[in-house]
Design a binder for this molecule. Structure first.
Ligand SMILES: Nc1ncnc2c1ncn2[C@@H]1O[C@H](COP(=O)(O)OP(=O)(O)OP(=O)(O)O)[C@@H](O)[C@H]1O
Ligand SMILES: [Mg+2]
Length: 370
């Protein structure tokens, strides 16, 4: 899929902005703090209604205004789609899909697919497990609204359970209600774990192919879902395995005031030539692996939905050497890409159509033609 146009009103530092895009490569170039990432953020919002930078809608609305508006028009294989978001101070986001107002914001999912790649993502392997969980969660959520829903529910139930076990320490009578929360946690948690495991199993061969190409057949990458619970073949068996772990760790949980087992403790294991590169990889291996995972994710979305997602490359080109840049662009021939950079010379190899090099300067955007 690709975006044809974007319109912003009072979003971040923009008053009004209307842009028409190229179906392949679009570049935003400009000094720091001019509004380049703001444009990518607006695009990203049309995918999940969430920002990759903040959870506070207020920050997205122009400082001196109380409402903001974003609209994108996209071409998909069989249909076109239009997404509009209205952000209003102190109110829930209002979202329209093809001019129809959504009753639940999660209905926005599974429509516009977006993958972001930023210098932080290059650290995906190096960082702690929570970053890798976020990566998995975001990708599955885009394609599976029910996963997004279960994840939100799980997080709420986990907070409740942790509250409860802290209360039990002071007063044993609260023990009576623990089972109810445990059962909710187990059911939702099992759904999440099985979905994540399925996702990683599908992603692993894709990342392997890509990684072999980037490293000229020198490295074999393997990704594994590392669960704190033993995953079984069936849902019921996994429920049982989770229940056993949860009951078995009750004393420890009570002592620590937290929940020791569950998907909130899981991780993505990344192995290169059999070595766990989360701990033992070189900086270069960790970055290349992060790139492979991101590219695998693009292929996975294509495989699952029939559509290539849109790729946002925020400041990431200057972090990659020319060979990796070229590889990236070649591998993504069918993907619409939005690139931000402070230095257009970093992109010399790309031969971008001049019409789609947008110069961003204090929240105004122009190219050679506008
Ligand atoms: N709600 C808002 N209202 C007005 N201006 C805002 C708002 N939020 C952010 N800004 C401004 O937007 C600018 C940052 O924009 P952005 O992050 O897009 O910069 P950038 O061009 O990507 O810069 P860099 O190259 O440093 O990444 C800052 O000047 C900031 O003050
Ligand atoms: Mg930026």
């Amino acid at each position: 899929m690709y975006l044809e146009s974007l319109k912003l009103i009072n979003f971040r530092n923009y008053n009004q902005l209307t842009l028409k895009f190229h179906p392949k490569i679009n570049v935003f170039v400009g000094d720091n703090a001019q509004g380049k990432t703001n444009i990518l953020e607006a695009i990203y919002l049309t995918s999940t209604a969430k920002s990759f930078r903040t959870t506070k809608d207020r920050e997205l609305i122009k400082f001196d205004k109380d409402q903001a508006y974003i609209k994108v028009e996209a071409k998909k294989r069989y249909t076109d789609t239009m997404v509009e978001l209205k952000l209003e101070e102190g109110k829930k986001k209002q979202i329209k899909l093809n001019r129809i107002t959504l009753s639940k914001n999660s209905e926005i999912l599974n429509n516009v697919y977006v993958v972001v790649f930023s210098p932080e993502d290059l650290k995906l392997i190096k960082e702690g497990p929570s970053e890798r969980r976020k990566f998995i969660d975001h990708e599955i959520s885009q394609m599976k609204p029910s996963y997004f829903h279960h994840l939100n529910e799980y997080q709420k139930v986990l907070i409740q359970r942790n509250h409860l076990i802290k209360k039990i320490v002071h007063n044993k009578k609260y023990m009576d209600t623990l089972d109810i929360w445990d059962e909710k946690l187990i059911e939702l948690g099992t759904k999440l774990m099985m979905e994540r495991s399925k996702f990683v199993t599908r992603m692993s061969p894709l990342s392997r192919l890509i990684h072999r190409k980037i490293t000229e057949n020198k490295e074999n990458i393997e990704v594994k879902y590392m669960s704190s619970i033993e995953l079984k073949n069936t849902f019921e068996e996994t429920i049982e395995s989770f229940r056993k772990a949860l009951k078995g760790s009750l004393d420890v949980d009570l002592q620590r005031g937290t929940t020791t087992f569950g998907p909130h403790r899981d991780d993505l294991g990344v192995f290169v030539n059999g070595i766990d590169i989360r701990s033992f990889g070189s900086q270069g291996q960790q970055r290349t692996s992060a790139l492979s995972l991101k590219l695998a994710e693009i292929e996975l979305i294509k495989g699952e939905t029939g559509e290539y997602p849109i790729l946002l490359l925020d400041d990431v080109m200057s972090e990659l050497d020319v060979n990796r840049q070229k590889f990236l662009i070649k591998a993504l021939r069918d993907v619409q890409i939005f690139i931000t950079t402070t230095e257009i010379n970093h992109l010399n190899e790309l031969r971008v159509n001049k019409e789609y090099i947008f110069h961003v300067d204090h929240a105004t955007v122009h190219n050679e033609f506008i």
